[in-house]
Each structure stands twice: as C-alpha cells, then as structure tokens.
Design a protein. Structure first.
Length: 254
C-alpha cells in the first residue's frame, strides 16, 4: 500500500494515531495512514468498508460527499495522487474491509448515528412530506433528462443541498475524469443526490405544489450546476448558468 502524504499514499482524514492530513472525523474505518501508520476501527462492526476520496487535498477537505462521514465521526482515507484511483480498484481491501469510494454508489449511513444530533448542521427547514420529496425527485429527473443517470435523496449530505456521485455499476468519478482528460473517453452521466433536509429542497417542493414550473426548472438546473462546481467541474451550460445566477441575484436584490 503506497505511503507518504501528498504522494501515492495520501493522508488520513480523521482522528486516531499516526496519519497526516485534514480532520474529517474521529475513528471508525481501519485504514493505513501516511508513513504506514494504521488507524484502528472503532468499532469495526459499525463500518463495513474503508472509504476513500481521491482529489486535490484542499478541495477534498471541503467535499460535500464527506459531510455525513464527518458528522458521524467516520474516518475517510484522502488520496491525492491520480494513480490512487487505480490501485484502490485492484487492492481487495484492508483487514477484511473492502475499499469503497465516497463518490460512488450509496453511502449506506442510515444505520450509523451522528456524534451529536443536536449539533448545528447548517440551515434546516421543516421536514418535507415523503410524497413531496418523491415529487421533487421525479421533477428533477424529468427536467435534467440525459444530463444525469438518476436523481435520489441523499444520506451523505448535511450542509450542502446537492452532490454528484457515480452509480454502483459505473466507474468512480475520479477514474472517469482521468480517462476523459488523457484518453478522450466519454464520461457517463452522474447521479445527482439531493439533501432532503435542505431549505432549497423544501422551497422546490413548495414551488412544485404551487405550480410554479419555471422557477422549479431553474432551481433544478442550479442544483445540478452547484453540484458540478462543488466537484471541480464547470456548469453543464455556462451561459445558461450565468443567466440563471444573474436572475437569482436580481430577484434577491429587488
């Protein structure tokens, strides 16, 4: 297993002994840290895989996909060398725990409690009815069309309204990015995950109930472009995004 901070080894995100890097939570996955140190699982039965994310270290620490792991005190292995995208696909895992990317597939965090449910998780709104949430997801799918592979409610978001992940059956988004940049490969449409507890989601549900389709469509696209920008990518359509942003600011200042 590669070692060394900022090279092929990356850094540990979280509490525990050894391991360099930014703090994203304290102790649950068993992972190898910088210099070969190991942060032991606490408790091992609570977490079935070693989670990792490969990207620029500074942006990694602010990644929306890490929010729920941080809130639960779960450790995530932060990897900063492009080759890390590939060896993690070939290595079976660590101490019986498979490697799993935090940007691919479901997060599977519903059964793990947050460290402090009363802690400030950012802006919150009144809970949205399940039927209204289902309507939001259906509307987002219809509006974004082929730009996304799917849309679903997220259990990995806390403060952010949306994020992008790869499907369970697809390539990790980091590998896709490298293949597209270096070999011109076509990237698969991502899965858009939406935070069901975020005020934007609640507002979108209200707009749909009120029949305000135009604002609802703009909101769906802004959520998608927000998730792309947070993932280090350009908006889907930069011109349309700029126009929607200008209209949003103008309406806010009016």
């Amino acid at each position: 297993m590669p070692t060394g901070s900022g090279a092929a080894g990356g850094a540990i995100s979280g509490g525990g002994s050894g391991g360099a890097g930014s703090r994203a939570g304290a102790g649950c996955a068993a992972v190898a840290g910088a210099g070969g140190n190991v942060v032991r699982a606490r408790p091992p039965e609570a977490f079935g895989a070693v989670k990792f994310r490969v990207e620029d270290a500074d942006r990694l620490a602010r990644s929306p996909q890490l929010e729920a792991f941080r809130a639960r005190g779960l450790e995530v292995l932060l990897l900063t060398d492009p080759v890390d995208n590939f060896w993690t696909q070939m290595v079976m895992g660590y101490e019986g725990k498979p490697f799993r990317s935090v940007t691919q597939g479901a997060a599977d965090l519903d059964n793990i409690a947050k460290l402090d449910d009363d802690a400030d998780d950012g802006e919150k709104s009144e809970p949205v009815r399940q039927a209204d949430l289902a309507a939001v997801i259906a509307f987002v799918k219809q509006t974004l069309g082929e730009a996304i592979a799917d849309a679903r409610l997220s259990d990995r978001l806390v403060q952010s309204p949306a994020c992008l992940v790869a499907s369970d059956a697809g390539l990790d988004r980091g590998i896709e990015r490298i293949m597209a940049e270096r070999r011109g490969a076509t990237r698969q449409a991502p899965v858009l995950e939406i935070n069901p507890a975020h005020p934007i989601t609640a507002a979108l549900a209200r707009k749909l109930t009120a029949g305000d389709g135009a604002i609802a469509r703009d909101t769906a696209w802004i959520l998608f472009d927000y998730a792309r920008i947070a993932d280090g990518e350009a908006p889907h359509d930069t011109g349309a995004f700029a126009e929607r942003l200008a209209q949003l600011v103008q309406a806010k200042l009016a």
